[in-house]
Design a protein around this ligand. Structure first.
Ligand SMILES: Nc1nc2c(ncn2[C@@H]2O[C@H](COP(=O)(O)OP(=O)(O)OP(=O)(O)O)[C@@H](O)[C@H]2O)c(=O)[nH]1
Length: 359
């Protein structure tokens, strides 16, 4: 097996978010391994029985095995928090309580290792959740000590244990503070991501949309026509092209002013978009010239659309334009014959927009 395949077997490389969760889990598992090794030292020092060490190691392996299986199988996605941080923190508290109960002294050293594991919670939990987990850690520790005090008083040093408990209690609000800071950073990062996404969408709009009419710009509609031409050839489907040219638009501008001309162009574009399907392309090919690219459309349908479009354009109105003023358009329909390139195709549509078709 190559290194890449080994890594792929352990980490879900195909999903970066899952990969990050598993990586974080593996880091925590490493600290657990350290805890097992340290507990081995306790056995050597006679502070823990070998069978108790085996029991703790088994519990740790079991808990981590379950978490890893959940993460690796993707079942973690069914949980409210798919990173399973809260569950992992609760397991740390339980393992910590058990360990503290079983070892006879030197609990401070092991406490440090478990605190490192609890610190992982700072990365994912919000301050409230972290405080709840910290509170649970305190309860586990205090319960373990109460049990030692009752059952093996000789292994209980009240002064030291109170100091441990005090240290643990200090750490909970500190961890809560860090958790709040980290969750603030996470929120900021999310907001920046959303802003970045919006900016990317704007850039995309700027490159493909006509800024005045918000339909496709010239290069986008030409690209679309190219693609649809290729598809029509490949699938042997009909492809219709409608060219809409506003008549005497120069005069409209001169008579009512450029801003009114702009408004009329915007409204014409809106009418064009309304009259075709979502899969059809609508684009501004020139100043007052539009193209409708109609994939998989027969001639009769294309002609009907052209007639409808022409009628709708006549109904376009703008403020400060007399009510009896009618916007007129020449509309030409061309059907793709299978051989011509897109420029020839567009010319066919333009030629079809003959003066006698003027409305
Ligand atoms: N208001 C406005 N006018 C535009 C825009 N782009 C092009 N035009 C105008 O459209 C007019 C096009 O003029 P021509 O190509 O002579 O076309 P026409 O006046 O419609 O004449 P025919 O097509 O022959 O009927 C010009 O006056 C352009 O200034 C625009 O974005 N806004």
């Amino acid at each position: 097996m190559t290194t890449q395949r080994w890594i792929g077997a352990v980490l879900p490389l195909e999903d970066p978010r899952q990969g990050l969760r598993v990586r974080r889990f593996l880091l925590a598992a490493l600290v657990y391994a350290l805890a097992i090794a340290m507990l081995g030292l306790y056995v050597r020092q006679g502070l823990l029985y070998p069978h108790e060490w085996q029991f703790l190691a088994l519990i740790i392996v079991l808990f981590n095995g379950v978490i890893y299986a959940l993460l690796r199988s993707g079942r973690n996605e069914r949980f409210a928090d798919p990173s399973l941080t809260g569950i992992q923190m609760i397991l740390v508290c339980i393992v910590m309580g058990l360990t503290m109960y079983l070892i006879d002294s030197g609990r401070g050293g092991m406490l440090l290792v478990y605190l490192v594991l609890l610190m992982f919670g700072v990365l994912r939990l919000n301050p409230r959740q972290f405080t709840a987990v910290g509170g649970f850690a305190l309860v586990c520790y205090a319960s373990a000590m109460a049990a030692v005090w009752q059952q093996r008083p000789e292994a209980f040093n009240a002064q030291v244990e109170l100091l441990h408990l005090a240290a643990l209690s200090t750490l909970v609000p500190c961890g809560g503070f860090f958790a709040s800071h980290v969750s603030g950073l996470r929120r900021q990062l999310r907001e920046r991501q959303i802003e970045l996404q919006r900016a990317q969408e704007n850039v995309h709009d700027l490159t493909v949309l006509d800024s005045l009419t918000r339909v496709s710009n010239r290069s986008a509609i030409v690209n679309f026509l190219e693609q649809e031409r290729a598809r029509a050839v490949r699938l042997d489907q009909p492809l219709a092209l409608v060219l809409v040219d506003l008549v005497r638009f120069k005069q409209v501008n001169r008579q009512f002013g450029h801003p009114v001309g702009d408004e009329l162009l915007r409204q014409v574009a809106t009418q064009l978009r309304k009259n075709v399907r979502d899969i059809d392309g609508v684009g501004r090919y020139g100043g007052e010239e539009f193209l409708l690219v109609l994939p998989d459309t027969a001639q009769t349908d294309a002609t009907a659309i052209a007639a409808r479009v022409k009628e709708c354009i006549q109904r376009v109105r703008a403020a400060s334009v007399p009510a009896d003023f009618v916007v007129r358009a020449r509309v030409g329909v061309a059907m793709f014959a299978g051989e011509e390139n897109i420029w020839e195709f567009i010319e066919q549509a333009r030629s079809a927009a003959t003066p006698e078709m003027e409305s």
